[in-house]
Design a protein around this ligand. Sequence first.
Ligand code: 13P
Length: 282
Amino acid sequence: MLVNAIEMLNKAKKGNYAVPQFNINNLEWTKAILEECEDNDSPVILGVSEGATKYMGGYNTVASLVKGLIKDLNINVSVCLHLDHGKSFDSCKKAMESGFTSVMIDASMYELDENIKIVKEVINLAKQKNVSVEAEVGHVGGIEDSEEVDVLYAEISDCKKLVIETNVNFLAPALGSVHGEYKGEPKINFERMNEINKIVGIPLVLHGGTGLSDEIIKNSIENGINKINFNTELQMAWSQAVRMFIENYSTYDPRKIISSGVIAIKNVVRHKINLLGCANKN
Ligand code: 13P
């Protein structure tokens, strides 16, 4: 069933676990994630960046692909289709109008008041469409859609102000995590995470799940994180498996080549579902 992420994340908050967001890139990717989540009876958030949306053809294509797979594969777990790092009101609007059930409005590059203003605009529309909304305060570092950004730790007072003024559903406070591979050890500020959690009282989101140890992930969940995003790790697992397949087999059948990475994707998905405590939580 395609749903927004409000109920699944509120349930995760009450139960002290986290729901994984896995970013998708194509048909095979989406199918692998949905099948593995169904097998583990785990709700799931499918994240799609603006870049991945463009790559797949556009918002309508992505929404149709996900809806079609849910129906054809008889997927019964709750699935949320989420725009990851929507950079403008317009991209969030397009996603909502095409059937996405959740959007992240990432206006974290602006001053706080401007960030709040844009989040409010998105929320006004999202309410009419029964879509959930995530916002970001501070900056998650690293690479997203080929752009490199420095980490900027979220201020507690900024998080409080944004949540009170906008009534956003979930908040991604940047606390040291980065997209892509970490250069050196991750420096996550758990103390601040805990304080933000106590003050805002809504589910918190951790971006940059790739490269975080199982211990860091468990600590994050203990300190208020209820949604964790994984993208690069699936890409690494998939490309390693496909590279090996191509080295060993001379087939030119694209179905065999692309799907040779599916087991690797499923292995990562299963591990994360269990690590986050989300198995059998549908
Ligand atoms: P990684 O690519 O580091 O797994 O991060 C994913 C993410 O946070 C998407 O928003």
